[in-house]
Design a protein. Sequence first.
Length: 175
Amino acid sequence: MNRYRAALRKRAMIYLWRAQQSGSIINLALLGTLTAASLYRLYLKEYFDNYGFPPEQELPGVLITMFLIFASVFTIGFIFDRLKFWKEQSIVGIERNPYGSYKLTAKEIYWIRLWAASLMAGNPTPEQRELAAFFEQWIKRSVEDDKILGAEVAAVDRWIKSGDAAAKRVLEGDA
């Protein structure tokens, strides 16, 4: 039953994400159209001499203005993406772990492994050994249940050990 609830929740999150993405595009199209028509008619038509079209033809000028607005918005988005102003990892972490409850990220797995290694390097008590085993079981179960997480952890391992460029692309969300 829990597996179905998790699958249903993930599917609902995907549809919500798709609605947000398509809503953004529709919003950009509607507002871009209205903005282009207003800007063109009130300011740009006379300033640019109707882009060389006859004065009674406004549609080509509005379309050119719309194209310029869309191109500037997408250019700014492209620049932000290339400069890494936003990171895919944040989105993936939220998608995988919306309530911060039980699912791990690759970074959390490495922190747990580091903590467990430092704990076991000393003289751990039986309770500490049990706790380390519990966390190791959590990691094992998380990696087995989530194939994407397993691929991310394997990609981190490959990248750390060999500098594998393909693994780095997986980690950066480009693969």
